[in-house]
Design a protein. Structure first.
Length: 132
């Protein structure tokens, strides 16, 4: 009986550790992805498909100044996601969800389907960041 309890606790601990590492990998990958997208928007690097992914969310063509500030913002929350601070990671996703919701509801600047995808995904990842 004791041996079974030990094996069960060990397996649960291993599963929790693997789940945590997988989730942390998702946050790191997403942070790197955001930083690469920002560098593409700033035209520092050129990676096909990443250069317009965020820009295509908007109805109107953004001016150069607006593109740069969007890129800086994307880069800032990308770096937040590279941290090991779950609260900071959560805040980065909540901010992304709030900003895109605000842009859609009050200013109608972002495309509806893109906005819904970003908001739902961001809220889901924010919840995961807090749980783990």
């Amino acid at each position: 009986n004791t041996k079974f309890q030990f094996l069960f606790k060990t397996n649960i601990h291993t599963i929790n550790h693997i789940s945590f590492m997988f989730l942390y990998f998702i946050f790191i990958f997403n942070g790197i992805y955001d930083i690469l997208c920002a560098l593409c928007i700033l035209q520092i690097i050129n990676i096909h498909h990443l250069d317009n992914l965020h820009l295509d969310m908007f109805h109107n063509h953004l001016h150069v100044f607006e593109k740069r500030f969007l890129a800086y913002w994307i880069m800032s929350y990308g770096f937040m996601r590279l941290s090991n601070d779950h609260y900071l990671i959560c805040i980065s996703y909540l901010l992304e969800a709030i900003v895109f919701t605000n842009e859609y509801i009050y200013y109608n600047q972002v495309k509806k389907n893109n906005c819904i995808f970003v908001v739902i995904t961001s809220l889901f990842l924010a919840c995961l960041a807090i749980v783990f």
